[in-house]
Design a protein around this ligand. Structure first.
Ligand SMILES: *Cc1c(COP(=O)(O)O)cnc(C)c1O
Length: 344
């Protein structure tokens, strides 16, 4: 689809508008907007809440002094993406504590300068968080939009629409994560008026989002990827992940000194939680190999293998981005490294 798109001249804004409408129709949501990634989606969503469709305000972003520009963020929801709030002209108002936050803190933070509330789903389970349903309830009472960063929240596929069904106003997803569309693509889903404001703040308009141009190949590629994604057999895919993980656990459990356990992504912050992974721990002193050394050896081998490290759970082999059969390559390489360390 991307190759075919590359061979035609199109009016880019028309393609973007129609492709975005197609996404909205496929998902059964009020409106959608294709952008260059979830983080671009945060910038545009924040800007949209501040400017609406006012051209003068759009031109002022990111300098929003004197405008309704406050974006409320829970302390435990500072992830890696709050700079996108500032880029979109938002002034961050932090509420809550590390261990406990209260709804009255949210209620009291809302005032005549509040533009929106940004909520990171991956932080929902943190101790100092507040449940999204409660945040939405307060926001509705005060007529404040709720923006939800759900970039990596699928699978399950239901999450594509769940947060809107709960009452969120705009939700951002990455196109290059589980949807496996073009890497530099993303989706904003939600309210028609706010989606329109997102578009006005983005390419081809002369606005803060002008650098977030999505080329015609990416637009078409994302629509195609979403079509394929929605037709996918998710149960079969989950079975595949279980099989791959079981293989890793079985094969590596035989190595003396290694403890290999199957587990789910541990909340909070390890997305998507529902994918089974193999967690590997060992006595670093005894085997003369630290986690970081293993990560480096795996990364610099041929082919390079990426794993994550965890304070208590060692390293993980995550099947999410392994093609069927690639778990064998991973297992063989890990066996090879440990056997060179004398564990075999
Ligand atoms: C990946 C991710 C992003 C950024 O998404 P891009 O599509 O790479 O811009 C933002 N927020 C969260 C929670 C993410 O996991």
């Amino acid at each position: 689809a991307m190759k075919e798109a590359s061979m035609h001249f199109v009016e880019l804004e028309e393609l973007l508008t129609k492709a975005s409408q197609r996404v909205a129709d496929m998902l059964g949501v009020e409106a959608a907007y294709i952008t260059s990634g979830a983080s671009a989606g945060i910038v545009l969503s924040v800007a949209a809440c501040i400017t609406g469709d006012d051209p003068e305000k759009i031109r002022r972003i990111p300098n929003t002094e004197g405008l309704e520009n406050e974006i409320i963020l829970l302390k435990t929801h500072f992830s890696h993406y709050e700079q996108q709030v500032r880029a979109g002209g938002g002034r961050i108002v932090e509420i809550g504590q590390n261990k406990y936050s209260h709804l009255w803190e949210l209620e009291r933070a809302i005032n005549e300068r509040t533009a929106g509330i940004l909520y990171f789903v991956e932080s929902e389970e943190m101790r100092g968080s507040l449940p999204l349903v409660d945040v939405i309830k307060v926001a509705k009472e005060k007529n404040i939009p709720v923006l939800v960063d759900a970039a990596a929240e699928i699978p399950p596929v239901e999450n594509l629409t769940k947060f809107l069904e709960m009452g969120a106003d705009l939700v951002q997803f990455s196109g290059g994560k589980d949807i496996r569309g073009p890497q530099a693509s993303g989706l904003i889903l939600g309210r028609k008026d706010l989606i329109k404001a997102c578009a006005l703040n983005s390419n081809p308009h002369s606005a803060i989002g002008r650098p977030f141009k999505v080329d015609k190949e990416t637009i078409v590629g994302l629509v195609k990827a979403l079509e394929l994604y929605l037709e996918q057999d998710f149960e079969e895919e989950m079975n595949q992940w279980h099989k791959q993980t079981d293989y890793v656990v079985k094969e590596l459990s035989g190595i003396p000194g290694l403890t290999v356990q199957k587990g789910l992504g541990e909340s909070p912050g390890i997305q998507p939680e529902c994918i089974p992974r193999a967690y590997i721990t060992w006595d670093e002193a005894k085997l003369g190999l630290t986690k970081d050394e293993l990560v480096e050896l795996l990364k610099t081998g041929e082919p390079g293998i990426a794993v994550s490290t965890f304070p208590l759970r060692g390293i993980d082999v995550n099947p999410h981005m392994l093609n069927p059969g690639e778990e064998v390559i991973v297992v063989n390489r890990i066996k090879e490294i440990f056997s060179q360390k004398g564990a075999s």
